[in-house]
Ligand binder design. Structure first.
Ligand code: UDP
Length: 624
């Protein structure tokens, strides 16, 4: 690598040349340049009017390499791009590789970058229609997103979709749409238009602009024939610049337009823009054209069941007619725009600047990205030695109980502790703070019941994860109590203002639980205990005892599995156990399950289940 950082961009198809325009223009205007930039053209589109014209009129830099793959079946084309790109990138080793959109060139380059460990930036990431049949672009984009070190989105929904797919927030940044940058720049340059509507004999405001190229519309002869028939019978003249795929399919069909439809060769970007600004409405299955119609404030009929730019449909500026010919016919006749226009769906026209900044930052950081969906594994509590993981399974917990029993320990409820101190038999108090996962508490309560164990479950009243008063929460707490377990209160002092008397908070919460479940709250434990609590003052919770009183923390040996590990070693290996001293064991049900896991994974699974439950609740309450 020479001194300055080096970024390469792989392009191959028309929409990518168009996206590139403002990126390279902006880069050229910067001094000092944030990085050296080279361009690689795969040759996926190679016709003069699909490639050359854009390099010329958008003044794109000449590609440093042309891979010349040409058209082919998908797998052949992807394989050809990969095998030609790999040696170039191996020799050149850019500091980052940029790919754009959703073409086979995007996918192939993303795979090569991943295997050569070159940080990958995916521009226009995250767009989804959640359909893959006959939509290869969707698959290409999904793979590129998941391989990318950095996903730069063109719309807000794309950012949401990536988050929903588990891509860490730090790998995603909203940049806005390069098509919008270019639109804003190009709209002010009418002198660059050549093929005007006037030259085509079309009256401004009196014609429809159409483009068609998705395989789902072009590849089935009947579907294509139906579409063309409708366009030909439209009430206004329709001009359709032909994508090579459409031209290819038409060569196999004996179709000649007779009425409204005019098939023309593909036009350059500025000409397309001119037609767009002059037309009455648009019919298109092109991702670029659908957005450009919105930028130009022209209503757009989309002959697809769903398209990537649904926010335009949400706002009423596009309509998806699927493969319904009657709907298409109606929309061709009367789909007009709504009265209001939502600004800014694709950013503010500064996508290029954001993309350049984000890329420069990425190169500067040089760090391995965070691939986990939420946070960093090491930011989570760490389990003890690997060999100790099996302690945090139900079987491990059972071994603990059996170990206590084998040593002659009684399992006692908290109110009996003081009286038992003078007895000869050792005893253990089993405490379960239920601070997040009530479901895990029910599981453990049932298991304990099966083993003839009674313990105390400390239930929270103010908790962001469950409510003992919700239908589901009450059922769960009743199941726990129905297994013969005791009721405790787990109080979050931090949920109250600092000057709120803790005693009042405790009394209020305990009384609520007692009234609701008809059982006494035998004892109180504290979540996130503060200095007031750690002092052990019994009056804090009087007349009920609390677990931070000297009796339960000093006289009796207190051992806790907080954060998923026995901080003072496993209870059966602790010297207090060997000396048969009384034990107060805090066991959090959330850490225990059928299989050994890392506590980080346990928390992640808890979050997944929590989210799934919220979703179910949402669906039960509201189904749009
Ligand atoms: N476009 C063009 N000339 C045409 C048709 C389209 O310059 O005859 C431009 C259009 O303005 C848009 C881009 O090509 O910016 C869209 O490319 P395409 O439809 O091939 O792909 P998609 O956007 O669906 O990925």
């Amino acid at each position: 690598m020479s001194g300055s950082p080096h970024v390469a961009t792989v392009v191959g198809a028309r929409p990518q040349f168009i996206k590139l325009a403002m990126l390279t223009r902006r880069l050229a205007a910067l001094t000092p340049v944030p990085f050296r930039h080279t361009l690689i053209h795969t040759g996926q589109h190679y016709d003069a009017d699909m490639s050359e014209v854009f390099f010329r009129e958008l003044e794109l830099p000449r590609p440093r390499y042309e891979l010349g793959v040409g058209s082919d079946r998908a797998a052949q084309q992807i394989a050809a791009i990969m095998s030609r790109l790999e040696p170039l990138l191996t020799a050149d080793r850019p500091d980052a590789l940029l790919v754009l959109g959703d073409t086979h060139s995007t996918l192939a380059a993303a795979l090569v970058a991943a295997h050569l460990e070159i940080p990958l930036v995916h521009i226009e990431a995250g767009e989804r229609i959640y359909r893959r049949r006959r939509v290869p672009e969707e698959s290409n984009r999904v793979v590129a997103d998941h391989l990318a070190t950095l996903c730069l989105t063109a719309s807000r929904p794309a950012t949401w979709f990536l988050e929903r797919e588990g891509i860490a927030g730090r790998r995603v940044r909203f940049a806005g749409d390069l098509h919008y940058d270019l639109f804003r720049w190009a709209v002010r340059r009418p002198e660059l238009r050549r093929v005007t509507s006037a030259a085509l004999g079309l009256a401004p405001g009196g014609f429809i602009l159409a483009t068609l190229h998705r395989p789902e519309n072009t590849d089935a002869p009947e579907r294509l024939a139906g579409l063309l028939r409708q366009l030909d019978e439209a009430p206004l003249p329709v001009v359709l610049p032909m994508h090579p795929r459409l031209r290819g399919r038409l060569a196999d069909q004996a179709f000649t337009p007779k009425r409204a439809l005019r098939l023309i060769d593909p036009v350059g970007y500025f000409d397309l823009l001119g037609l767009l600004l002059d037309c009455r409405r648009v019919v298109s299955d092109s991702g670029g054209v659908i957005r450009e119609a919105y930028f130009a404030r022209r209503p757009c009929v989309v002959p697809m069941a769903d398209n990537w730019w649904r926010q335009i449909a949400w706002s009423g500026w596009s309509i998806e007619v699927g493969d319904d010919e009657a709907k298409l016919r109606d929309a061709l006749a009367d789909f007009d725009p709504p009265a209001t226009y939502p600004e800014g769906l694709f950013g503010d026209g500064n996508a290029a600047a954001t993309i350049i900044d984000a890329t420069a930052e990425l190169i500067g950081s040089g760090a391995e990205p965070i691939w986990t969906p939420r946070g960093r594994p090491t930011s989570a509590p760490r389990a003890g030695a690997p060999g100790e993981r099996t302690d945090f399974t139900w079987a491990g917990y059972r071994r603990l109980i059996e170990g206590l029993r084998a040593e002659g320990y009684d399992l006692a409820p908290f109110p009996e502790a003081a009286a038992r101190l003078s007895a000869a038999r050792p005893f253990a108090l089993l405490r379960h703070d239920v601070d997040m996962d009530l479901e895990a508490a029910v599981e453990l309560a049932r298991l304990e019941h099966g083993w003839g164990v009674q313990s105390t479950y400390f239930i929270m009243v103010r908790n962001p994860f469950y409510s003992p008063f919700s239908a589901e929460g009450s059922r769960a707490v009743r199941q726990i109590l129905g297994c013969g377990h005791h009721l405790g209160l787990h109080l979050d002092a931090a949920a109250y203002p600092a000057d709120h008397p803790l005693h009042d908070a405790c009394a209020a919460e305990a009384e609520m639980l007692e009234a609701w479940f008809g059982r006494p709250v035998e004892i109180v434990s504290f979540h996130r205990p503060d200095a007031r609590v750690l002092g052990g003052d019994p009056s804090l919770t009087a007349p009920r005892p609390h677990t931070y009183m000297a009796l339960f923390r000093e006289t009796i040996q207190y051992l806790s599995d907080s954060r998923g590990r026995w901080r003072e070693g496993h209870p059966l290996r602790h010297e207090a156990f060997h000396r048969r001293r009384p034990l107060h064991l805090l066991v959090h049900p959330i850490w225990y399950g059928a299989e050994p896991t890392d506590p980080h994974e346990t928390l992640e699974r808890f979050l997944d289940r929590h989210a799934a439950r919220s979703r179910q609740a949402l669906e039960a309450n509201c189904r749009p």
